[in-house]
Design a protein around this ligand. Structure first.
Ligand code: ADP
Ligand code: ZN
Ligand code: ZN
Length: 734
């Protein structure tokens, strides 16, 4: 009998021991009994010694003959559960595609595919030009067979049926054969520009790093040709049969990005994002693991993709907040990328026009190589930025008179303008004109947002909606008025102010789903719209070559936020927005409307740019002893009774400052603690939310203190009454 440690997917910070007749390889999946249930766990260690074997249960079934998680990913899993103080079984589950979590086979199983018939192969797709969907389906199948269910989903069942009826395609059962370095069959280097001097320096530096662990920051202004540096620096790696993993923000994963890589090298690119089916994700996982795919582009969780011949990892727009998971296993994909690169002895490249202060600090202190691109590529000019003093000006729909004059000039010249508004909906509050009572979401104690188009109120914290009230709850007056401005209202206003210009609104209400977003963006670049109104979505990754004016209607909120990261986030947003315009031959300008035109942050940003702002902001962080100069973790607690959440964190504070717990630590460290205090969003979905922020200048002793405290926290009398969690290196205090 062998005793085996298994990571079982339950929220407990421990491994579980089971027995089996033979030793098992680490990384193999097993079915184990857990209470009344049967769960799929992963073998962590075989042949452990235990004292009391009486209660040990036997493994029910061994799922795999070979490990599904290789050694490097197992090391990463181990690091994850140590560093984030998270349950090992949950960590390993998070790393696996969903079908594998359920115990389905890890190697490709036969699936129904559509493939071309000889007749279909000879058919000129243009003969189907009257049925464009059939045409694009046939065109796709002519290059490669496609899983039938995927084809039906992508093109529609009717399209697939029509082509089957015409005998241009047929259904076959295929077990995909995966071949390492399969991309080398078609690999060829497409047309590419000659790098400019700065790009050349960056590419040469990166070429030196092949086969070694190194981290570089590529700090390049928007449009400076960062992607071109990625392309040219991965070229020799792909040619040598090495794989490249590229992480991008959720919203930056556009078909254009993918096709740019596909076209340059004439190879298929594996794509991983949240809207794929489980089967499609599994397929990319399998192909990457077998070494079949040369390039894998994906969002946050793609960092868990297994690679047979890793050559390099790239994190594009590394400052983007979507790389940090904000619930469950709260990992940062950028940090994991560094772990993986180290493990594989390969370079990691972090690219951004607006690097996170953490990253910039590491580049400035020499821990990361610092590569810079200071000019836009191909002679494009950078966007000039100005502040617009809105004080004492008449305001129409959130737009001041002065700003309107500038907007008119650009619209009359036939150019596109982009209007950024930080909230969606019509107005962020509805209130009674008579008594002032605001319509509130009772579960969050926050005003409802007015959505005029739907004639409803919606809470942006919990998503709850209700019909538009006809009268005030408090005094029954019928005169209800809105306060503040959202995208919907700005759009309505612009339609009145610019009746002849075509408008489009881009926020999560108008563009649901990726396809709709991409269609809208394409229409914008075909100049079907002249005035673009939208939220954050507009700031990320999309190029609008015809936009000559970008306006930000309100940047004052961020100037007075309680979140110490708010200025950094504002500066990144503004800089990224500015980067959307003035790409082509048309120079662009940007106006920030504010009631605080002398605010030092805005002045610095507008006059000196992000790079200068960020270096200055780092000095301020240092002076105020804030990250990245110190380490932090946050304990959060939520409960329906505000007193329970508060009391739990009070007790937690007691544990962390208790000399007994602290003395067990060689340094006797008590972290600096602030709180408990309410989160920025104090109540959500009927639960009160509090947090306790713990900091120390050194990471290791801080983590040690937490490790020692955790068993005591689990045993606290209030622990069962609250939902609590630990967030290491928190980035969001909402
Ligand atoms: P970024 O990733 O920094 O936003 P891109 O790599 O997308 O920048 O480059 C912006 C534009 O400039 C693209 O159209 C790209 O093809 C072009 N470009 C990049 N580098 C060069 C170069 N050295 N010569 C000419 N055009 C270039
Ligand atoms: Zn009232
Ligand atoms: Zn709510």
């Amino acid at each position: 009998m062998v005793f085996i440690q298994v990571a079982v997917p339950v929220p407990l910070r421990q491994l579980f021991t089971y027995s089996h007749t033979d030793t098992l390889q680490p990384g193999v999946r097993v079915k184990v009994p857990f209470g009344p249930r049967q769960l799929v766990g992963i073998v962590v260690e075989s042949g452990v010694d235990i004292d009391d074997t009486s209660k040990i249960k036997a493994i029910i079934e061994v799922v795999d003959s070979a490990p599904v998680i290789d050694e490097s990913l197992r090391k990463m899993a181990h690091w994850l559960w140590q560093y984030y103080h998270h349950a090992p079984g949950e960590v390993i589950h998070a790393m696996l595609p969903v079908p594998l979590r359920k115990g389905e086979p890890a190697t490709p199983s036969p699936a129904q595919y559509i493939q071309v018939t000889p007749e279909g192969a000879d058919t000129d797709v243009k003969s189907l030009s009257r049925a464009p969907k059939q045409m694009s389906c046939l065109k796709a199948v002519q290059t490669t067979s496609i899983i039938a269910s995927e084809a039906r989903k992508h093109f529609s069942p009717a399209v697939v049926k029509a082509l089957l009826d015409k005998a241009l395609i047929e259904l076959v059962d295929i077990t995909p054969e995966l071949t390492a370095q399969a991309w080398l069959d078609t690999f060829e280097i497409g047309e590419k520009p000659v790098p400019d001097k700065e790009q050349g320096v960056a590419i040469a530096a990166l070429n030196q790093q092949h086969g070694t662990f190194a981290i570089s920051l590529l700090e390049g202004v928007t449009g400076s040709g960062k992607t071109e540096v990625y392309l040219q620096s991965i070229e020799p790696l792909l040619k040598a049969g090495k794989q490249v993993l590229i992480l991008v923000p959720e919203i930056g994963l556009t078909p254009q990005t993918v096709s740019r890589f596909e076209k340059r090298f004439n190879i298929p690119v594996g794509v991983l994002h949240s809207q794929l089916t489980d089967a499609a994700r599994l397929s990319v996982w399998q192909r990457a693991r077998a070494g079949e795919l040369g390039i894998i582009i994906g969002t946050r969780s793609a960092i868990f993709t297994p690679l047979k011949n890793p050559g390099m990892i790239i994190v594009d727009e590394e400052h983007d907040e979507s790389f940090k998971q904000q619930d469950g296993l709260r990992y940062h994909a950028r940090d994991l990328a560094a772990m993986r690169a180290k493990e594989h002895s390969i370079p990691l490249l972090l690219g951004s026009a607006t690097p996170a202060l953490e990253t910039l600090n590491n580049a400035l202190n020499g821990r990361f190589a610092h590569l810079q691109l200071t000019r836009r590529a191909a002679g494009a000019q950078s966007t000039k930025q100005y502040l617009l003093d809105a004080r004492d000006q008449p305001i129409h729909y959130g737009i001041s008179e002065g700003l309107l004059t500038i907007m008119r000039q650009h619209v009359n010249a036939g150019n596109q303008i982009l209007v950024f508004v930080n909230r969606r909906g019509y107005a962020p509050a509805l209130l009674c004109h008579h008594c002032g009572t605001t319509a509130m979401c009772k579960r969050c104690d926050r005003p409802y947002t007015v959505h005029k188009g739907q004639n409803r109120l919606q809470c942006h914290h919990c998503g709850a909606t209700r019909s538009m009230p006809k009268e005030c709850e408090a005094c029954h007056s019928h005169e209800m008025v809105t306060a503040g401005t959202g995208t919907e209202q700005v759009e309505e206003g612009l339609m009145k102010l610019f009746p002849d210009a075509k408008h489009v609104r881009i926020d999560s209400d108008t563009v649901r789903g990726k396809d709709k977003l991409h269609q809208t963006l394409d229409a914008i670049n075909r100049q079907e719209h002249q005035i673009l109104v939208g939220t954050q979505i507009l700031s990320k990754g999309h190029h609008f070559p015809h936009v000559t004016l970008v306006v930000v209607l309100d940047c004052d909120g961020a100037l007075f936020s309680a979140d110490f990261r708010a200025p950094e986030k504002l500066a990144q947003l503004v800089t990224q927005l500015a980067g959307r315009a003035g790409r082509a031959s048309k120079p662009g300008e940007m106006w920030l409307q504010t009631h605080n035109p002398h605010h030092p942050l805005l002045q610095d940003l507008v006059n000196n740019g992000y790079a200068h702002f960020a270096r200055h902001a780092l000095m301020e962080r240092k002076a105020s002893a804030l990250p990245p100069y110190i380490s932090q973790f946050v304990i959060r607690a939520e409960a329906t009774e505000s007193s329970s959440a508060y009391a739990f964190l009070q007790q937690a504070r007691g544990v962390l400052s208790n000399s007994n717990t602290a003395n067990a630590n060689s340094k006797g460290l008590v972290p600096q603690m602030s709180g408990p205090f309410p989160c920025l969003i104090e109540k959500r979905q009927g639960r009160f939310r509090f947090m306790l922020v713990c900091s120390h200048e050194k990471r290791a002793p801080l983590h040690n203190a937490l490790r020692l405290a955790l068993p005591y926290l689990q045993g606290l009398p209030q622990a069962a009454k609250v939902r609590w969690s630990v967030d290491i290196d928190p980035t969001d205090f909402s």
